[in-house]
Design a binder for this molecule. Structure first.
Ligand code: NAD
Length: 286
């Protein structure tokens, strides 16, 4: 029977540790970590994500400042707000909720965030630091995947890892983190040929495709550890909407361990965002 890796419990533990670090920072240096969260438009899913982040920030002793801008906001207005947050010493982390409305170029916006405050880890400087293994702020979902893997794997060296998906926010950075731990990494994507055979070679399989139930039980090598990043809204036969991952939810007993959806990677993403924010503030205090 595969071990179910409990992301909700691990995220709660990590958030308690982050709160303790925030308290220490406040006690020793009088710094209260501050996180600016910027939401442009009223996409319902983005609103829910932002509300969750703000709520959890409070639990971790982080002061959050929410900026809600209308959907018709132009790029210059958003860039001016980011410049103001960059200059504000009380703000240690800046998060711009994606996706942005069509009139705004996300690359311009992410480039404008000061790398030291880029708690999402999307700025080219932080991407470069990740690829050269020289510190920097690491994207939250990939960091969460690594923390989950560390609960069941002691020694990553030489393990074969297969990542499904090559996005800048999940696939590529998680592949770099696995490479940094001396795994042999294969990155795959929608045009990869023979994906099931490649997946079957994996000791660690990370599925981040956004395709419900893509990974079938016969894609999994016995004893593999499976991280399911996918969040897909589907309708069941009862007509009710529910969230499923990229990995089939049944027939995975031969895996060594697997993350559930929901309750796996999702809660870890927010926990890592809070940890990154306190880390950014700690660097300021150092
Ligand atoms: P994306 O659309 O930017 O990238 C998807 C990648 O998967 C692409 O590289 C694409 O080539 C590949 N892909 C798509 N279908 C495939 C298929 N059938 N076979 C092989 N490769 C395929 O998506 P993303 O932003 O990287 O997100 C991926 C999934 O992870 C989504 O379901 C998203 O909702 C989820 N996600 C979850 C969290 C979390 O906190 N748990 C965070 C970010 C993303």
């Amino acid at each position: 029977m595969a071990v179910l890796i409990d992301g909700t419990a691990l995220a709660a533990r990590m958030t308690r540790e982050t709160a303790a670090r925030a308290a220490q920072l406040s006690l020793q240096h009088g710094i209260v970590p501050g996180l600016a969260v910027i939401l442009v438009g009223d996409d319902p899913a983005s609103r829910i994500y932002v509300e969750r982040k703000l709520q959890r920030a409070g639990e971790a002793g982080i002061r959050s400042i929410e900026h809600r801008l209308p959907a018709h906001t132009d790029q210059e207005t958003l860039l001016a707000l980011i410049a103001a947050c960059n200059a504000d010493d009380a703000i240690h982390g800046i998060l711009v909720q994606l996706p942005l409305p069509a009139q705004i170029d996300p690359a311009r916006v992410l480039d404008a965030i000061c790398p030291g405050k880029d708690v999402d880890g999307f700025h080219p400087v932080n991407v470069g630091r990740l690829s050269t293994g020289t510190g920097g702020l690491v994207p939250c979902t990939p960091l969460g995947c690594m923390r989950l893997l560390e609960t069941v794997i002691e020694d990553f060296r030489g393990l074969k890892a297969v990542v499904i998906g090559k996005s800048n926010i999940v696939g590529k950075p998680v592949a770099l983190l696995l490479l940094d731990r001396e795994c042999t990494v294969t990155i795959t994507h929608i045009l990869t040929r023979g994906l099931p055979e490649i997946a079957r070679t994996a000791d660690i399989l990370v599925a981040a495709a956004g395709s419900p139930g893509l990974v079938r039980p016969d894609w999994i090598k016995p004893g593999a550890v499976v991280i399911d990043v996918g969040i897909n809204r589907v309708r069941g036969i009862d007509g009710k909407a529910r969230i499923v991952g990229d990995v089939a939810s049944e027939g995975m007993d031969h895996a060594a361990a697997i993350t559930p959806v929901p309750g796996g990677v999702g809660p870890m993403t927010i926990a890592c965002l809070l940890s990154n924010t306190v880390r950014a503030a700690e660097r300021r205090g150092a």
